[in-house]
Design a protein around this ligand. Structure first.
Ligand code: NAD
Length: 444
């Protein structure tokens, strides 16, 4: 089948590569000319395990190509995927500027039936707005060509995006038109062989499903973070509590890790957008407000622990930081906890020596050259001459370090761990103080 994908970011590129991998003819269109030039030279603008090889293979096979030309894009695919960004607007609502720009662009050019597929995360009612925009653009040029708008939210996880797309838990298709539902089912058939994962529902239900999923996951994290602060205050160990509650199958072990707050391009903005949707219709989403407030407070936790440990004297200190990305296996630093921490450390007059296996370029892009940030190329280089070590991302390679070597390098032998990677007794045995989340002994 012929597929056009507008937007060559995490979602657009993964969707494009995976649809090409199973034999479709895919054209990816983006307004960012540098990105498209890089892709046409064989480069890949983001880090995502397996993506580079899959793009190269399908480009060579002639099934995947890249362009900045919307004429080519609209002419190419029966399926016109919209996978552009939906960043938060100033009031927290989803900014639909890019989505509606693509809709307009399709409406201005289409000359035959098209299925417009909203893959971007968009608030309830967006499919209607996309349809209105396409219709208005058609009217403007005096044509009326048939089309459908489908909501097909994406559930891939950065860092495991290819695997998630190739073996999805579910494929949500929101449409009121059974024939369109069947066409989407056919497009996704190669990813749906083991058992039927396609769930066809109304457009509004599909749109809300995506926000509901992200809000639920964010709620689990904020719940555990709230509990971790209580555990710490009463002298309990949140890791024991985690295992204790996870053993109940109604709760389960997944996604109940305490930490230094959630970040990324999805949870923060999607929780805020859902809050906005609810308040706009006059409903007060009390739980969502709390999920966000707890997360915001949690992102300050590492800094306040460090501030307390050093009696407020952070000025002139050098802090080694492991992990810049908002989670492992990605270079994405959008709303990462590391950013809040670094900015607080800099404001307090401290310097940061940071290591991340893949996100250093992204940190350079965000912060530029600055004298209080040194980006190094391995974890042990980060601690050279540092006063303390702090961990913000649970990369696998951080899980089993040489504690004696760390102790030898740090002028204040202390590890602040925002992800609870280690057994406290092991760290303490090496002569290091270990400050983690929800496991400190209660202060009298
Ligand atoms: P991204 O910022 O990585 O990529 C968006 C791309 O769209 C950019 O390359 C940008 O240049 C391009 N673009 C903007 N306007 C355009 C236009 N008019 N025509 C063509 N291209 C245009 O974003 P992303 O992370 O891929 O997210 C895309 C959407 O998918 C968002 O709504 C997001 O919430 C959702 N989503 C993201 C993830 C994730 O893990 N990143 C997962 C599920 C859903």
């Amino acid at each position: 089948m012929d597929v056009t994908i507008f937007g060559s970011g995490y979602v657009g590129l993964v969707t494009g590569a995976c649809l090409a991998e199973v034999g479709n003819q895919v054209l990816c269109v983006d307004v960012d000319a540098d990105k498209i030039a890089l892709l046409n030279r064989g480069g890949v603008p983001i880090f995502e395990p397996g993506l580079e090889d899959m793009i190269a293979k399908n480009r060579e096979a002639g099934r995947l190509s890249f362009s900045t030309d919307p004429d080519e894009g609209v002419a190419h695919g029966l399926f016109q995927f919209i996978a552009v960004g939906t960043p938060p607007d100033e009031d927290g609502s989803a900014d639909l500027r890019h989505v509606l720009a693509v809709a307009k662009s399709i409406g201005e050019r289409m000359s035959g039936y098209r299925i417009i597929v909203d893959k971007s995360t968009v608030p309830v009612g967006t499919a209607d707005r996309v349809a209105e925009t396409v219709r208005a653009a058609q009217q403007e040029r005096g044509t009326q060509v048939d089309f459908d708008v489908v909501s097909n939210p994406e559930f891939l996880k950065e860092g495991a995006a290819i695997e998630d797309f190739m073996r999805p838990d579910r494929i949500i298709v929101g449409t009121e038109n059974p024939r369109t539902g069947e066409l989407l089912r056919a497009l996704y058939a190669p990813f749906n062989r083991n058992h039927d994962r396609v769930m066809v529902m109304g457009v509004r239900s599909a749109e809300l499903t995506k926000y509901a999923a992200n809000a639920m996951l964010a709620t689990k994290i904020s719940f555990m973070n709230e509990l971790s602060n209580i555990a710490e205050a009463v002298g309990a160990d949140i890791e024991m509590v985690r295992v204790g509650i996870g053993s109940d199958p109604r709760i389960g072990y997944q996604f109940i890790y305490p930490g230094c707050g959630y970040g990324g391009s999805c949870f923060p903005k999607d929780v805020r957008a859902l809050e906005h949707t609810a308040t706009a219709i006059g409903y007060e989403p009390q739980l969502l407000h709390a999920v966000e407030a707890v997360n915001d407070r949690q992102k300050d936790l590492l800094f306040s622990k460090m501030h307390r440990y050093f009696n407020g004297e952070l000025s002139g200190k050098t802090i080694a930081l492991w992990g810049l990305a908002f989670k492992p296996n990605t270079d994405d630093m959008r709303e990462a906890s590391s950013r809040r921490l670094m900015e607080q450390l800099w404001a307090a007059g401290a310097k940061v020596r940071a290591f991340d296996p893949v996100a250093a370029d992204e940190a350079r892009r965000i912060y530029g050259e600055r004298s209080d940030l040194t980006l190094v190329s391995n974890r042990m280089q980060a601690i050279e001459g540092a006063d303390a070590l702090v961990i913000c991302t649970e990369w696998s390679e951080f899980r089993s370090p040489d504690f004696a070597e760390i102790k030898g390098q740090l002028s204040s032998p202390v590890i602040f761990d925002g992800r609870n990677l280690f057994d406290p007794s092991q760290v303490n045995a090496a002569g290091l103080t270990y400050v983690s989340i929800g496991r400190e002994p209660a202060r009298a």
